[in-house]
Design a protein around this ligand. Structure first.
Ligand SMILES: [Zn+2]
Length: 66
C-alpha cells in the first residue's frame, strides 16, 4: 500500500474532496500554522499520523530544553 494522494482524500461526512488550505492548529497549548487538506464543506482538517507524531516530538523536545 502507498500513501494516498491528495485527490483520494474525501470528507467522510460531506463526501467532498479535500482542498489544501492554511489552517491554525494547536497542540498542548502550542499554536502553529500549516497547510493541510481540509473539507470546504464542514471544515474538517485531515491530520496524518505522521504529522501528529512530529508535532508531539517537537513539543517534547522544547520542554526538555528548559
Ligand atoms: Zn466535510
Amino acid at each position: 500500500m502507498s500513501a494516498p494522494a491528495l485527490g483520494d482524500l474525501v470528507c467522510v461526512a460531506c463526501d467532498r474532496p479535500l482542498e489544501v488550505g492554511r489552517v491554525v492548529g494547536s497542540y498542548l497549548g502550542q499554536r502553529f500554522e500549516v497547510d493541510l487538506p481540509r473539507c470546504p464543506g464542514c471544515g474538517f482538517v485531515y491530520v496524518s499520523e505522521e504529522l501528529a507524531s512530529g508535532k508531539m516530538l517537537k513539543v517534547e523536545q522544547a520542554l526538555e530544553d528548559k
